[in-house]
Design a binder for this molecule. Structure first.
Ligand code: SF4
Ligand code: SF4
Length: 569
């Protein structure tokens, strides 16, 4: 059998981190998709990208095929602290540099590198380094302003990470400021210890405007897994955070959504995919979904170890389907909803934004929990592809200021089948010449969208949330869609030096913001995978607070044990 080359790109040498040419190909022996690269000084390296070559090839062109990524650009053109000229080549021009192709959907700020855990699998790994990096409130505001100043697309989502962001006492002020600056959604990425300890803290965050809690969630009730991954058993803590967030919402203090974030490692927790999904299902009044993160590998490892440890999104897809009786038909690349998001934001009168990342970076889909509590493919309820094609078409019309001719859309559709509100839509459409263009497009959008609902959906809770989405098409109803009987199942496979791909990182949409160590008046914007593979150490050493030291991993773990026991009681 001959080898098939799928694409050529540039990667990094895992030894010297210099850019080197790479090929992505199908290995004829295994039918796996592999990356191969050769460094003139350090030899050949190979890594596995997917165990399902057909699916990998499908995801390379699917978003273009359905028109989600045709004629859509989010390339940054302006920021208040400038865009850098190309000098050293990617990934050494971060950033943001003029080669970068995607706007950051997510502005990510490490508000402290201190942590109350010393996890063996941490990106930031603060306690092992010893130095403290903690931007001032003013620096954080400068970073947020930079991201909101971006044109044509300001960052829409704001995530606080670390270290453990809840260790900052001024976090509520920071959240409030983020909201004031116009971020659509604010999120905290947390181990949950402080939020489990204090219901008041959860209330404070919610009242300040926190929207989502990205909760590390590597396992369910398996103390041995927790100890391996995080050093201590965090299962009681996770349940408590979910309970506290639920209480806050019931009190009317906020609208928190919890997203479960499991870091997946082969042989450690890959057997727990089903249990994590079941937990999300049982708590889906508050849990909006799961963001799986296959672990990135660091340190030097040989090919055999790499093959042993590497857990790709394709492995995850197999495990999800095993756990859900094959309830996911398609794992859609993240950019599938690019135009839909822009359209909903436009309906909502907020700055249009879109998530346009490389297709290898991750996937997102919805699994429906039916009225019997079983998982079912979303495609049983909706023609997803038809709905996306329709949304893409309407967004293209909005961009071209086209005026629709709606009457033909309703032919053959009995609106009364879709409930009492829908029955009035015909008149609404007849009258629409009197309405503003945006209202007219909303009506037109609905009229076209109902065709993609399948009969099975009409009596279900899934349809009720879907109809809210198309009757009142906006970001809030899209959010509501996930906290009903639908679960967002998504993944992002952060890169490491073994599978690094400049095609991917130059389209990254998760950008760290840090104060530029060479010019404190400026903000550096660094794509996530470039930060963690290449830049973190240099930048953090330069920004470390002189004289301040973090506690040692041993001290942190001892204190964490005591704290966790006090919460359990
Ligand atoms: S990752 Fe983006 S910002 Fe960084 S050097 Fe590459 S293209 Fe430029
Ligand atoms: S963070 Fe990494 S995996 Fe995610 S979009 Fe950016 S480059 Fe892709």
């Amino acid at each position: 059998m001959t080898e098939e080359i799928i694409r050529r790109t540039t990667s990094l040498c895992p030894e010297c981190l210099q850019p080197i040419a790479a090929e992505v190909y199908v290995d004829p022996e295994t039918n796996w998709v592999m990356m191969r690269k050769q460094c003139k000084d350090h030899g050949e390296f190979k890594d596995k990208l997917s165990v399902d070559a057909e699916e990998y090839k499908w995801q390379q062109h699917y978003t273009d095929e359905v028109n989600s990524t045709i004629n859509i650009s989010t390339k940054p053109e302006y920021t208040s602290t400038g865009i850098k000229k190309i000098k050293n080549g990617c990934p050494y021009d971060c950033g943001i540099c003029e080669n970068h192709k995607s706007a950051p959907c997510i502005c990510l700020i490490d508000v402290t590198n201190r942590c109350n855990l010393a996890c063996p699998i941490c990106f930031a790994n603060a306690s092992a380094k010893g130095y403290v990096v903690e931007p001032s409130f003013e620096d954080i505001v400068k970073i947020m302003e930079h991201f909101r100043s971006m044109k044509p697309q300001p960052a829409a989502l704001l995530q606080f990470a670390g270290g453990e962001p809840s260790l900052r006492e001024d976090l509520p002020d920071i959240i409030r400021k983020g909201k004031e600056l116009g971020f659509v959604e604010t999120m905290i990425s947390t181990n949950g210890i402080r939020m489990a300890k204090s219901l008041d803290l959860c209330r404070e965050y919610a009242e300040a405007g926190l929207d989502a809690v990205y909760l590390q969630f590597d396992a369910t009730n398996h103390p041995e897994v927790w100890k391996k991954v995080r050093g201590v058993n965090l299962w009681p803590i996770k349940q408590k955070v979910v309970e506290n967030c639920r209480t806050v919402n019931k009190e009317g203090k906020g609208h928190l959504t919890v997203m479960l974030v499991p870091v997946m490692a082969r042989g450690v927790n890959d057997h727990l995919v089903g249990e994590i999904m079941d937990y999300a299902k049982e708590n889906n009044d508050i849990v909006g979904g799961i963001v799986f993160q296959p672990v990135s590998l660091c340190g030097r490892i040989n090919y055999e170890e790499l093959m042993e440890l590497r857990y790709t999104t394709s492995d995850l897809k197999i495990d999800i389907n095993k756990a859900t009786n094959n309830s996911i038909t398609n794992f859609y690349p993240l950019a599938l909803t690019a135009k839909l998001t822009k359209l909903l934001a436009w309906f909502d009168h907020v700055h249009a934004w879109a998530a346009v990342s490389h297709h290898d970076c991750g996937f997102a889909t919805i699994v429906v929990v039916n009225d019997k509590g079983e998982y079912e493919p979303i495609e049983n309820y909706f023609d997803v592809e038809g709905f996306i094609r329709w949304s893409n078409k309407v967004w293209d019309m909005v961009c071209n200021k086209e005026t629709p001719k709606p009457t033909s859309l309703l032919k053959g559709v009995n609106l009364e089948d879709y409930g009492s509100v829908a029955a009035t839509i015909g008149k609404f459409i007849d009258d629409m010449s009197d309405l503003g263009y945006r209202q007219m497009m909303k009506a037109y959008y609905f009229a076209g969208a109902v065709k993609y609902v399948k009969p099975a959906a009409l009596a279900s809770k899934t349809f009720r949330s879907f109809s809210r989405l198309v009757f009142a098409p906006n970001l809030a109803s899209a959010g509501n869609f996930f906290t009903t009987k639908n679960m967002l199942i998504s993944a992002m496979h952060f890169q490491d030096a073994y599978n690094f791909d400049l095609e991917r990182v130059s389209r990254c949409l998760v950008h760290y913001g840090v104060v530029d160590p060479d010019d404190p008046n400026k903000v550096m914007e660094i794509p996530f995978c470039a930060m963690n593979t290449v830049h973190r150490e240099r930048i953090e050493k330069a920004l470390a607070i002189p004289g301040e030291k973090t506690e040692s991993p041993g001290e942190i773990s001892k204190k964490a044990e005591v704290l966790i026991q006090s919460i359990e009681k």
